[in-house]
Design a protein around this ligand. Structure first.
Ligand code: ZN
Length: 364
């Protein structure tokens, strides 16, 4: 994967912060499971703080925010909230903080309205025919669907504080001036529909959210809400956009430690996904169903929740292969998709070895 450098040896303790650069603070909030934490960032301006991402919508995170407001962030109000994307660990406290400080929430349109739509209704306990057809297509059995219904009760809306009823729209290329410095909005896609990153040329800093992570790979999945989506194409296209940033850029990710070596990381991620796709193509020389391909991508035993994430990721790889005309999908009378490699050039591209299946957490 190549060596990245990590210039900060100390991560922030709960309720405190680490100064990354003048006016740029790194905060951490707890998360359950192997992810362990999410990184949040606070940008200082004379009139108040801009918070980048806000943590899960739970009580421990809210209490830690209050510790910060009484301590290291005291003396200035929060004047702006900026969410990189709509996942609950990023927007969980947006509603609470927006209410508390009467501070507007800044997001891209795609992220804000997807969050609104997901919180408004629909979850796995009332699985729609679209969801059932999608997972049947992927090869899940009725008992798997039943386990999903039990696992996913509650839904998206229960994991965040109620979203602000309005928002300020961010678009690619927008520029926010904070603390006398320009922060440019760079939009990526694939992990979520319209993910905002912030780049400050003067400081050489990219606040990357989940768009580029140093150790784990961001989840890039097809979901039943858009069963024909091609998010891996979106994601790889986004990487091309970020490859043009200076290599010495300090990347501030949402998970893991700040690092340098952006291009190296992007190239490694691109190579990783290309390798995964080739491994799937090889597997599909005999027609195969998505569920049976999971061991090609993931080594460890998957619980129900992880299996859903893994399936979404597997299908994302298959969709990009279909887009490239390397695989075809045939839907059987049983509603199950069977994928078959069709590229006559595959034999020439075959590799003796692939990198090992992933073993890291996926719930990012
Ligand atoms: Zn995310």
């Amino acid at each position: 994967m190549g060596e990245l450098s990590y210039p900060f040896t100390q991560s922030p303790q709960p309720g405190s912060s680490v100064e990354i650069a003048p006016g740029v603070r790194w905060l951490r909030m707890p998360m359950p499971g192997s992810l362990d934490h999410i990184n949040l960032y606070a940008l200082e301006d004379a009139s108040g703080w801009t918070l980048i991402d806000m943590g899960l919508g739970d009580e421990p995170t809210r209490e830690l925010w209050e510790v910060l407001f009484a301590g290291e962030l005291a003396g200035r109000p929060v004047q702006r909230l900026l969410a990189t994307h709509m996942h609950p660990d990023h927007i969980g406290q947006a509603g609470y903080l927006s209410e508390r400080f009467q501070a507007p929430l800044h997001m891209t349109r795609g992220e804000y309205f997807q969050a609104r739509a997901f919180s408004a209704g629909g979850n796995f306990s009332s699985m729609s025919w679209e969801s059932a057809a999608f997972y049947r297509g992927a090869g899940l059995k009725p008992e798997d669907l039943e386990a999903m219904r039990r696992n996913f009760s509650g839904g998206f809306g229960a994991s965040i504080t109620p979203l602000p009823s309005g928002y300020h729209r961010l678009q690619h290329g927008d520029c926010l001036t904070i603390g006398g410095r320009d922060w440019q909005v760079l939009v990526g896609s694939g992990h979520s529909p319209e993910h905002a990153c912030l780049y400050c040329r003067q400081l050489g800093i990219l606040i990357a959210g989940d768009q580029v992570l140093p150790v784990i790979t961001s989840n890039v999945s097809v979901h039943p809400t858009e069963p024909e989506a091609n998010p891996l194409k979106d994601w790889l296209d986004s990487h091309d956009r970020f490859l043009s940033l200076p290599d010495e850029t300090l990347v501030l990710p949402a998970h893991g430690d700040p690092f340098r070596g952006l291009r190296k990381r992007l190239r490694a991620l691109i190579a990783h996904h290309e390798d995964r796709m080739l491994a799937l193509e090889e597997y599909c020389t005999t027609p195969a169903i998505a569920r049976d391909m999971l061991p090609v991508l993931f080594r460890r035993k998957l619980d129900t929740r992880q299996m859903i994430m893994a399936l979404g990721e597997c299908i994302a790889h298959l969709h990009l292969l279909m887009h490239r005309d390397r695989i075809e999908r045939v839907t059987g009378e049983d509603g199950v998709w069977r994928f078959r490699s069709i590229d006559p050039d595959l034999e020439r591209r075959l590799r003796a070895e692939h990198s090992a299946p992933d073993d890291g957490p996926m719930m990012v």
